[in-house]
Design a protein around this ligand. Structure first.
Ligand SMILES: Cc1cc2nc3c(=O)[nH]c(=O)nc-3n(C[C@H](O)[C@H](O)[C@H](O)COP(=O)(O)O)c2cc1C
Length: 189
């Protein structure tokens, strides 16, 4: 039986970012969990320019190949986990840009957030993402909040601890619970 496709999206794009090792940590847990076909999607590689489509994405009339490629990628996803940093008390611009590019490709799909930052663990970034998800009819499934102060990336590797591993498992459980129902809902449209 085919498994739902879970895309783990690395939101930060700067060289040396903590986002890549944290996303790899979550990706490895999701693969080991075994309930999804898991893909790592790196916004640095997707490399979208600042939104430049002439039409509203709701029309799905895309001019540019970068948008068509991004649309094909997100269309493949049945569920998403955004791995996002906190920049100036919110989520980073590349993540917003990638969300804004599309519309129908996001609708009625479940989404989780793995946020990270200083003492507040990127929670402000997670809270700011939620109204954007609502606008796109993404269905929020849960959060994992990572404090880089006490759980740093060391030599390019994030190992986490039992607390964040449990939160990641809870998120995977929620995603597993709601993804099939939403797939059925979309198939019936
Ligand atoms: C532009 C910028 C703004 C930041 N603002 C915050 C912030 O408001 N709160 C916070 O906890 N950390 C903040 N930080 C620290 C980041 O959480 C930390 O650098 C993290 O590693 C950034 O994610 P990245 O490495 O994936 O880019 C900021 C970092 C940058 C580069």
């Amino acid at each position: 039986m085919t498994k739902p496709v879970l895309q783990v999206i690395i939101g930060s794009t700067r060289p040396g970012r903590a986002g890549a090792p944290i996303a790899t940590w979550f990706y490895d847990l999701a693969v080991a969990d075994g309930r999804f076909d898991v893909e790592l999607v790196d916004l640095a590689e997707v490399n979208l320019p600042i939104f430049n489509e002439p039409n509203h994405p709701i029309q799905g009339k895309y001019e540019f190949d970068h948008t068509k490629r991004w649309s094909a990628t997100v269309s493949r996803g049945d569920a998403f986990v955004f791995v996002v940093p906190e920049y100036n008390h919110s989520f980073n611009a590349a993540t917003k840009n990638a969300l804004d590019y599309l519309h129908n490709e996001w609708r009625y799909k479940p989404v989780g957030i793995v946020s990270y930052g200083g003492a507040v663990m990127g929670t402000r970034s997670a809270q700011h993402l939620k109204p954007v998800f609502t606008a796109l009819k993404l269905v929020h499934a849960g959060d994992v909040s990572i404090p880089l102060v006490t759980l740093p990336v060391v030599d390019g590797v994030f190992t986490g601890n039992d607390v964040v591993a449990k939160a990641a498992q809870n998120l995977l459980n929620e995603l597993d619970f709601i993804t099939p129902g939403l797939m059925q809902l979309r198939a019936g449209r």
